[in-house]
Design a protein around this ligand. Sequence first.
Ligand code: CP
Length: 342
Amino acid sequence: MSTEVTNPPSALPPFDTGQHLLSVSQLDRAALTRLFAVAESLRPVGEGRMVCRILEGAVLGSLFFEPSTRTRLSFESAFRRLGGSVVSTTGFTFSSMAKGESIHDTARVVSGYSDAMVVRHPDTGSVAQFAQASVVPVINAGDGSGEHPSQSLLDLFTMREELSSRDKSIDGATIAVLGDLRYGRTVHSLLQILGLYDNVSFRVFGPPALALPSGFFDLVASTGNRIVECDSVDEAIAPADVIYCTRVQKERLSEEDEQAVHLHGDLLNTAILQEHASPDAIVMHPLPRDSRHNSFDLSPDVDGFPGLAIFRQTDNGLLVRMAIFSIALGVADRVADELRPA
Ligand code: CP
């Protein structure tokens, strides 16, 4: 099993106008505060009450080489809601990569047709290769088991909002992280970016074959936060303010993993929540959740649980992705002036 942090913080420039967004390591607390303020100011646009055409005439290149519903559609919707248009390709079959074209050539070509690119690709580090060849900002929409920075930003935005409604904050929160901690890139980005907050306690539980790589324990410890590996879901969630679940990333399991992973039943369901969690707990999941029988995921029977925030997460994804484009393309300071009634 890998003990590496799959996409360690590196010397990438801070995320700002004209920059790529490849890793959460490009953000600090001030950058988060600004991005969340821009996202909040765009809420009336996301809800269709106002319009804001600050990206009129701009074109987004949307390249998804792995399946996606919410990331692709929310990025594309975000760009269109700000007045821009989208050119896209999905899967390897329908791009000239099927004829052997390289990441370099693909990135350079598409960046010549667009003002920003959003890229998802199955290989860790591949989106950084796209960025190297691109002449416009590239947003990492998921690179293998590496990172998914926009997901972490919408997760943080949601966590902040949900905790605030309970007179709590991320600083000082106890966060249980459950499921596939080995391949779940949303978990990897989240553990990393929560290092910007103080006095956070993580309680992690994953099946042994899908346990968190040891490098992440060191990463969390280096930020001054605490992390405890739990032996069960019950133990992990008991004191949690936030319970963050992930699905098993079956598409990333090797044959050896598949032999080692024998999962059945639910990762979390109403009976477990009622018996072991605080009634005030916030339940999150990046989605999709695997609704097939015995998928070892968040059961649909939790949909009546008051703290279930999964669809507020997906709605917030639109706001956060509009804010990412506004900052990357240098129009964030004009958002408030450009809002018009719908
Ligand atoms: N959370 C997430 O990345 O969902 P999709 O795979 O549907 O984009």
